[in-house]
Each structure stands twice: as C-alpha cells, then as structure tokens.
Design a protein around this ligand. Sequence first.
Ligand code: FES
Length: 112
Amino acid sequence: MSHSVPAANVPKGTVTAVEQYAVGNNGEYFAVGRKCRHLRADLAGGSIDPEGCLVCPWHGAKYDVNTGHMVGGPQGIFAKIPGLGAAFMALTRVLPLKRGTIEKRGTSLYID
Ligand code: FES
C-alpha cells in the first residue's frame, strides 16, 4: 500500500514519520524502516549528518540510507562496551533497515 506526504513537509536535512517509514531528505528523498536496530528508537525522530547518514535520536547510531546498514555504532555509554557497536553494525549487514521506494509526483512524495 502506498502512502503520500507533501514534499514541502520534508525539506532538506529533515526526517519525518510516514506510517512505518522514516522519510527524509539528504539531498535526495529516502524512506527506511523506523525502528533502530539497537534498542528500537524511532528513527523518524532522528537527524541527518553532514555525510547524509540518518542518525538515531537515542544513542547516535548512523545508518547509510541507501543500504540500510549501520555505519556507526551506538554512542555515549554504549560506546564504552567494547564490540557492542561492531555487533550491531554486523547485524545490520544481515538485517538492514527496510527500505521503501519513494517517488515524487507533482508536489507529493509517494512511498511504497
Ligand atoms: S536505539 Fe538507536 S542507537 Fe540506541
């Protein structure tokens, strides 16, 4: 089933929730699953870093939105546990974030 959102709701550098997807704009529109692979924070509340990665709002895990892979592990207290970030990064190579297809038609974005 397809969902839509006005493109104006997703200006560059922002992320928003559209049903089960975190929809963002890092110069290009993207749609990925909302649940962080670490402790399931809602990635729709995340941010976009200068490299265009999606950053988890809880512990700062970074995701490549094209592949769904974690490219930076959880930060803060979790970064002090050796191997933990690496373990989650490895997990997302096997179980990347779900990626939706996103298409701009007129002034709306359609996500499938
Ligand atoms: S829940 Fe996302 S980094 Fe911890």
